[in-house]
Design a protein around this ligand. Sequence first.
Ligand code: PMP
Ligand code: PLP
Length: 491
Amino acid sequence: MFAKDFSHLYSDECNRRVKDKLSNLFLLSQGENVSFLGNGLPQSKYFPWQSVSGTSPIPPFPNGIASNDETKETTSYEIMKNDLKNSSIGASGENSFNLARGLQYQAIEGQPAILNFIKEHLKLIHKVGTHYQDWDVILSLGNCQAFDSILRTFCNTGDYILAEEYSFSATINAAKAQGLKPVSLKMDNHGIIPEYLEELMEAWPKDLKKPKLLYTIPTGQNPQSSSLSSERKQQIYNILQKHDILIVEDEPYYFLQTGEYIPKSEREEIKFNNQQEFIDNLATSFLSIDTDGRVMRMESYSKVLAPGVRLGFIAGSAAIMKKLAAYHLMSIMAPSSFSQIFLNELLQTWKQSGYIDWLIGLRHEYTLKRDGTLDYLLENMPKEFIDNDVVRINPPVAGMFFTIDINASKHKNYNGDKIAMEEYINNKFIEAGVIVAPGSWFEVGSPDEISAIKKIDDDGYIFYRATFAASDLPQIQEGIAKIIKVLKAEF
Ligand code: PMP
Ligand code: PLP
């Protein structure tokens, strides 16, 4: 089976893109007796790097993945300018590249060795290829850049896109700056409410173009920290399929699935007996249920390895990946070779199972942080705040964030202006020495013509997004103590 054709959804910009004739010259450079005077490739003898080297921990990380662990076993690799390394660790044979090759202009899609690794990984985790066989992967510079490429490939100025009611501001701002009109979808503790989406699409005015795509953060949503169940994903998928709308899943937090929060007194340590148990425990992705090739999955190494690596990938229908590559050929070209070289060495050293070991270790770390944070928050938040609907806490099952929802109307000075109340309390937090992110900063909003047909009811709460990612537990607890002190003084 093959992916459906979505070419009718391409943007005008995408349709205007032509393949640069110069890029085809590379294809002719391979044969014998070819005098290649085609492209402006600087000779590698002018590259001012003789070698680069790195050291990384090796699986199965018996002492955990935290890098300040002095007892951890490591492996080192050195990549030379001209020699192809022949070693039992790291990238060797066809998976290796020396600097002369690696630092030259690269394949737009990314190094084949990395792409092959990612494809194997996607088969393992998402059973990709089960529903349609013509799927592919292209490297990105992380999910922000990936989304920018996708928007430019599908959207024209004035197009609608669907998004969660509150969403990641950088990506939503990118869409707005491109002249697109994001439309908010109502959420609850478990993410987008499918019934709301269905009613919205059924009521969509006939004289307006349908939205091109849904942008969703299904796991550990930023900022609401909700996660969509597989049932909801299937419902959402079916609705969007009916209305010919694409799905972009932005999944930087997919591997930070910490599971249900279980109060300290009842908690038992969850240990996976083997890697398959860990894999079976992961959320069902939109990509894995996609029968049409309408899903583009964006994954990033930012939260899994390091943000500065600026590497991620997009997976989906091969035809769509080709269009994205055509855009990259005229924009980013390809991610930095240095990033690709170091990612490749790491992945080839770890292999699929070592990478899964790392992800299991990562999950463990974030679970400890989530649990420690929520334990402290729930133990110290005055019970009457919860009982009297002043404060709402929704323990996350994934991601880096938790929210503190506050019923604005319970404040003695509340005059109906929620934003003013949000700012007032936020200033109190800052005065107390704790930094969180006010929820309204993430509000997507909807164009008037859409709000007119379907409004999102206001439940009267304001919220603040806080993270347990950026500090160790004692500092997180200190911050929470300051938040609670402010709330006690104000409510
Ligand atoms: N601008 C000009 C004038 C060029 O000749 C080239 C490379 N041939 C580029 C841009 C692309 O360069 P870069 O590798 O910096 O993206
Ligand atoms: N998408 C979401 C939902 C995020 O929360 C973030 C980072 O905070 C990003 C994208 C940016 O990720 P990247 O570093 O991969 O561009």
